[in-house]
Design a binder for this molecule. Structure first.
Ligand SMILES: C[S@@+](CC[C@H](N)C(=O)[O-])C[C@H]1O[C@@H](n2cnc3c(N)ncnc32)[C@H](O)[C@@H]1O
Length: 188
């Protein structure tokens, strides 16, 4: 039920202009792209495809997945307008069989943080299956604070850190000053 509610919230967001949909790739992603040799990349919860365009600009062979059809349609249109051929899959990352690793980079901006715990564990298992060796997992999300809203917890960070090597973890604030974190993991 919680999962359905969450999906419905995303569905509704894309009927207006979602606050995260800025058409600008964040500097943390651009820094990564500047410093690393391109390969295959997957953008989980790619929304309207802004970061797929960013990845392609730096030579990455990118793919995206999002479970909101309207977002996927917008992403496909944006990519077509730029003459970019990038697969954008419509589906739930947790269950989709369309994404096939190994990926040299897996990117998640704003997806993982909103999963309930059991789905976070399924998600981490799937990342471990899809990530190349060596490979990078770059993630940005809100931290769980006192509010009932979901977020990344200290336990999540510890669990991720037992599976992957932490290259950096940088705390900051996102929209409405909500505490957030960027993390880059590497798998050898
Ligand atoms: C906060 S938005 C960020 C979108 C995009 N990454 C960006 O930075 O513009 C999170 C996205 O994750 C997608 N999403 C959430 N859970 C998902 C799931 N289980 N499978 C696929 N997409 C999912 C939502 O539909 C939404 O587009």
């Amino acid at each position: 039920m919680q999962t359905l509610k969450r999906r419905y919230r995303f569905f509704r967001s894309y009927h207006a202009d979602p606050p995260w949909d800025t058409n600008i790739s964040p500097p943390e992603l651009l820094d990564f792209l500047t410093l690393h040799i391109p390969g295959r990349a997957l953008d989980i919860g790619c929304g309207t495809g802004t970061n797929l365009i960013g990845l392609a600009k730096y030579g990455w062979q990118a793919e995206g997945i999002d479970y909101i059809h309207r977002a996927v349609r917008k992403a496909r249109q944006k990519l077509q307008d730029k003459n970019l051929t990038i697969p954008v899959y419509h589906g739930d990352f947790l269950t989709s069989t369309k994404v096939r690793g190994p990926y040299d980079l897996i990117l998640d901006i704003g997806c993982y943080h909103s999963f309930p715990d059991e789905n976070k564990r399924r998600y981490e298992d799937k990342i471990a299956v899809l990530l190349a060796k060596p490979g990078y997992f770059l993630i940005h999300g809100y931290l769980k604070s006192d509010s009932p809203r979901r977020g990344i917890t200290q336990k999540d960070i510890e669990l991720l850190s037992t599976r992957f090597h932490v290259e950096f973890a940088e705390r900051g604030t996102g929209l409405h000053e909500r505490p957030s974190i960027w993390m880059l993991f590497r798998r050898e």
